[in-house]
Design a protein around this ligand. Structure first.
Ligand SMILES: [Zn+2]
Length: 309
């Protein structure tokens, strides 16, 4: 049976403000913590119902909040994998010096080790951007896999358009646009090159790219699963069934809606917040059922151990 993984990036709502050029002060204190305190337990319940073990990518600094830390400890105890999503989730991480990059990765890993007693095996970069310095830092710190490569042309083009639109309106996005080379990266697990991680090489870790549709390159992420009309979604799934590995990427915000967030400014920019939580949950549950029907769903660390690349 082919393998599949489901991962959830626990990006706090403040990061969505930064992407959309909004001050974080538009968020209430409750909303700022809602990804860990509200969305995370909802995901844990959904995964329990569908009988799967997933990977949660956490941002080390967020574990300073005791309630958030407790929520992560609880999913770790339930058998889910905890991966490193850096310490501060800086979208411009890869523009920093090798020393600063290594330090941020190390602090994120240390926060997870302190909380769970286990050193993380995997890493996902903020904004999906991978460079030579970052892969070298991951190898030096003993990571077994990275899962940041996102070779989706529609996503890349949409991000470029949103950033240009914000600039026209005089709002600066903190997101950065990846090098177009990513669009030619392998789409199935591979061993990256240390100089150019978007091509095959001999690095000491495995890259597990986020899955895109084989023909259209439409990304298979929470936003598409909760927003695409059923017919388009059906076509998307049919394109995936023959793949030897599916890496489904979700975000904490995929199980929150505008009522949970209570921030009209953010809801105006993040369109899927308009979909009620109950609808989003039902759609994600259907997607997970489709995965478990056809694939053996395991955490990303287990995939990294089992694929031969
Ligand atoms: Zn993120």
């Amino acid at each position: 049976m082919a393998l599949a993984s489901v991962s959830v990036d626990l990006d706090s709502l403040g990061h969505y403000c930064r992407i959309h050029g909004l001050p974080e002060s538009v968020l209430s204190a409750g909303a700022a913590q809602s990804i860990y305190r509200e969305a995370l337990p909802r995901f844990a319940e959904l995964f329990a119902e569908t009988g799967m073990r997933a990977t949660f990518f956490v941002v080390g600094r967020d574990l300073d909040d005791p309630a958030s830390a407790q929520a992560v400890r609880s999913v770790s105890a339930a058998g889910h994998e905890i991966g490193n999503h850096t310490f501060v989730h800086d979208y411009a991480l890869t523009r920093k010096s090798p020393g600063e990059i290594g330090d941020d990765v190390a602090r994120g890993g240390a926060a997870i080790l302190r909380l769970t007693g286990t050193r993380p095996a995997g890493f996902r970069a903020p904004g999906y951007t991978l460079t030579s310095s970052l892969v070298r830092a991951l190898c030096a710190q003993g990571y077994r896999y990275d899962s940041s490569v996102f070779p989706s042309a529609p996503y890349w083009a949409a991000k470029a358009a949103v950033m240009a639109g914000l600039a026209v309106m005089g709002r600066e996005s903190k997101a950065i646009l990846d090098r177009p080379r990513v669009l030619r990266a392998p789409r199935l697990p591979y061993r990256p090159d240390l100089e150019e991680p978007y091509r095959r090489g001999r690095a000491g870790l495995v890259e597990l790219p986020i899955t895109v549709h084989p023909l259209t390159r439409v990304p298979i992420i929470g936003t598409t699963l909760t927003m695409l009309p059923p017919r388009a979604l059906g076509a998307l799934w049919r394109g995936l069934t023959s793949l030897p590995f599916v890496n489904l990427e979700l975000h904490g915000i995929d199980l929150l809606d505008a009522t949970d967030v209570g921030c009209p400014e953010l809801a105006a920019s993040v369109r899927d917040l308009a979909i009620p939580f109950s609808t989003k949950r039902a759609r994600l549950k259907q997607a997970l059922r489709r995965l478990t029907d056809r694939f053996e769903v395991v955490a990303l660390a287990a995939v990294a151990e089992r694929v031969a690349v």
